[in-house]
Design a protein around this ligand. Structure first.
Ligand SMILES: NC(=O)c1ccc[n+]([C@@H]2O[C@H](COP(=O)([O-])OP(=O)(O)OC[C@H]3O[C@@H](n4cnc5c(N)ncnc54)[C@H](OP(=O)(O)O)[C@@H]3O)[C@@H](O)[C@H]2O)c1
Length: 325
């Protein structure tokens, strides 16, 4: 039996139940992992609340990101060995001391990447990689708006967009968060709870607006985010921290300058193993070179997962949060 945090019925943070579960021997194509750390992500709250249906039904072990050491491998697994240090993303079941994982989703960690860093970045950092390099290619001289710039995705995205040479504009919920975003590569910050962020973007860019807006907030920043984008620019809606964007008339994109809009997920970009590894290696490269840091700013014991969710949902966190079994 091992410690795990399960959801038996969807709801608020209180439905996260700390208990002991059985882990069977790994089946074909699976590995058994001793988890050193698990990442906490907004998507965990969507599965917990029922906004996203659990692919394995109820009950399910919460969590989509983690890192640990391979204890056993199932039949047919050849490229992952007992003792390997691995990280993974997008495989429900991370909030546990041990777990089974499809070997096909396991990524070997370079020696220079710690388990803490891995749990703080496999989901968030790989998301930033595909958002800035694949969904829309950020280049030098572009104006880029990143919402929730001091968040888990936000702090990594600000550093990486800065590294790519963009002028980085970030929104933040408090002065402290804005200062943190600035210390992580954001050139200009906007306190979007007090200031009109569209007017500020116009002022900062001298009316030129942004080539791209990265919006993980959803309902609260739509459609205003569209008014921050240049003609023919890109609206990247990648999350729903404030709730989902409601159905809208697509003609709004024409009216606001023939804009492009996309709603991407890492699951699609990393669906093939070769893409999963390419995105992970690109992330490992910027992190091991020291060009992008992974700020793990909250650490919780596994049994305190509900508190981690409360903090994330009440905007009390910055950077990445991890659970330690
Ligand atoms: N599509 C993908 O592939 C993908 C992958 C990973 C994450 N995501 C999305 O990326 C977004 C950020 O994820 P994260 O895990 O890094 O979270 P996070 O940014 O660390 O936390 C969410 C932040 O959103 C801001 N926020 C604004 N309105 C909010 C509200 N009503 N309730 C709660 N927070 C609010 C808060 O920052 P301020 O106080 O500064 O406003 C809060 O700290 C989420 O929407 C998530 O679903 C998408």
């Amino acid at each position: 039996m091992v410690a795990a945090v399960r959801v038996h019925k969807t709801g608020g943070p209180e439905v996260l139940t700390y208990e002991e579960i059985d882990i069977p021997a790994p089946g074909p194509g699976q590995v058994r992992l001793k988890q050193h750390t698990a990442g906490v992500n907004f998507i965990d709250t969507y599965f917990r609340s029922g906004m996203y249906p659990s692919p394995v039904g109820l009950p399910f072990v919460s969590g989509n990101e983690g890192a640990g050491e391979v204890l056993a491998v199932g039949p047919g697994v050849s490229d992952i060995k007992v003792g390997d240090r691995v990280g993974y993303v997008s495989a429900l079941g991370a909030y546990a001391a041990e777990r089974l994982l499809p070997a096909e989703r396991a990524v070997k960690l370079p020696d220079k990447i710690s388990y803490e860093q891995a749990a703080g970045m496999m989901l968030k950092g790989m998301t930033v990689e595909y958002l800035l390099n694949r969904t829309f290619k950020v280049r030098g001289g572009m104006n880029v708006l990143i919402h929730a710039a001091a968040g888990g995705i936000g702090l990594i995205a600000c550093q990486w967009a800065n590294l790519l040479g963009a002028t980085v504009i970030g929104t933040a919920g408090s002065k402290e968060k804005a200062a943190l975003a600035k210390a992580n590569g954001c050139h200009h910050t906007i306190l979007y709870r007090d200031e009109d962020f569209v007017a500020k973007v116009k002022e900062i860019t001298g009316g030129k607006l942004c080539e791209v807006v990265y919006d993980g907030i959803g309902k609260a920043t739509f459609p205003a985010s569209l008014d921050c984008i240049k003609p023919l620019g890109m609206f990247v809606s990648f999350g729903n921290a404030s709730g989902s964007i409601e159905a809208f008339n697509i003609n709004i994109l024409q009216a606001k300058g023939s804009l492009f809009a996309t709603r991407p997920t890492l699951n699609t970009y990393a669906a093939k193993r070769e893409d999963l590894l390419a995105i992970a290696n690109s992330l490992f490269s910027v992190v091991t070179s020291g060009k992008v840091k992974i700020p793990v700013n909250q650490r919780y014991a596994l049994k305190d997962a509900a508190q981690a969710h409360r903090d994330l949902e009440s905007r009390a966190t910055t950077g990445s949060s991890i659970l330690i079994p």
